[in-house]
Design a protein around this ligand. Structure first.
Ligand SMILES: NC(=O)c1ccc[n+]([C@@H]2O[C@H](COP(=O)([O-])OP(=O)(O)OC[C@H]3O[C@@H](n4cnc5c(N)ncnc54)[C@H](O)[C@@H]3O)[C@@H](O)[C@H]2O)c1
Length: 310
């Protein structure tokens, strides 16, 4: 039977998630949004269905404002919420997006009790925590998308600096989805060669800075919202690994119970994603500097999450 992919929020990222899911033929898509934008959501669904006819994709998109249509989804991806505008931090979205998350999470719990749920809404680490607490889902069933995107930005900046194929860049960004995220320079490689052997410190520092500020760079360019193509592709990589039991190792915000010295919070760490959801948290031996950076990042995450009070 075809898989069902429930997308909660049919804005910029939601629309692109639908498009990518159809192009990858991962299953049928239900694009859900609020009644105020019913026309737009139905329009996006129809538009993508007509695109599917051009290339012969066997997947159907339904645009809806009725949670009943989302029921039974195998995977649910949440983008419902407001994006940043220039000058805003992700934390500035906390109040407005938490209100939306309370409504969305309660409905996910009711209508999709067995789904694997990926949150994208910001501030990421606090929203995924709220989602986890409100649904009461198992920890392997809930994940936040940030690390795949932050890592893809890091990889792109490396490939761009070296004028090399992005395929050969291997890297990992851990920590919270904020300015103190932790790009792991020590383990980054290009074609099997340590990155540190190919790029001088000055260039490397510039790459790290641009990675950390990668979201803000796009907010400043777009002016009306934040990035959406790469975030959609990043979340769909997680969904694909779940739906096809690929068992990929991807950096995701996962609920930690002592790993990396963190307990009771979601943080960006390498996890294995397969049919069992978050099947494994992979714990790396970090250098003292990396440990200190993880600690700093986790303090920022804790500050935001503790203000959520759920
Ligand atoms: N995790 C990441 O790496 C990452 C990257 C980029 C953006 N984001 C975040 O993703 C979120 C979505 O971004 P976007 O660009 O798609 O925004 P958008 O404004 O284009 O879309 C958000 C959609 O959510 C809908 N919505 C609002 N309340 C809802 C509800 N109760 N139920 C269902 N839908 C509801 C809105 O109507 C809108 O269509 C933002 O919070 C943004 O900050 C996260």
């Amino acid at each position: 039977m075809k898989k069902r992919i429930g997308l909660i929020g049919g804005g910029q990222i939601g629309g692109n998630l639908a498009l990518i899911a159809v192009q990858k033929q991962l299953g049928d898509v239900v694009l859900f949004d609020i009644p105020q934008v019913e026309g737009a959501i139905k329009g996006k669904a129809l538009d993508i269905n007509q695109l599917a006819a051009v290339d012969g994709y066997d997947a159907r998109v339904t645009g809806t404002t009725d949670w009943k249509d989302v029921a039974g989804s195998d995977v649910v991806i949440i983008t419902a919420g407001v994006p940043r505008k220039p000058g805003m931090s992700r934390e500035d979205l906390l109040e407005v997006n938490l209100k939306i998350m309370r409504d969305v999470a309660a409905n996910v719990k009711t209508h999709c009790p067995n789904a694997f749920v990926i949150n994208i809404a910001n501030p990421l680490d606090a929203m995924v925590y709220a989602l986890y607490r409100i649904t009461g889902f198992k920890k392997n069933q809930v994940v936040g998308m940030a690390g795949v995107l932050d890592t893809s930005r890091f990889k792109f900046f490396v490939a761009d600096a070296l004028k090399c194929s992005i395929r050969d860049v291997e890297a990992l960004v851990l920590g919270g989805h904020g300015d103190d995220m932790v790009p792991l320079v020590r383990s980054a490689t290009v074609g099997g060669i340590p990155l540190t052997a190919l790029v001088d410190k000055e260039k490397l520092d510039a790459i790290i800075k641009r990675t950390r500020e990668g979201g803000a760079e796009l907010v400043a360019l777009y002016k009306t919202g934040s990035a959406y193509f790469a975030p959609a592709a990043s979340a769909m990589a997680i969904a694909e690994s779940y739906l096809l039991d690929r068992k990929r190792i991807l950096p995701c915000a996962a609920y930690l119970e002592g790993e990396y010295g963190i307990r009771g919070y979601f943080m960006g760490v390498p996890v294995q994603i397969g049919a069992g959801g978050v099947e494994k948290v992979i714990e790396l031996a970090l250098s003292p500097e990396e440990k200190a950076e993880m600690e700093k990042s986790s303090q920022s995450v804790k500050r935001t999450v503790d203000s959520v009070k759920i």
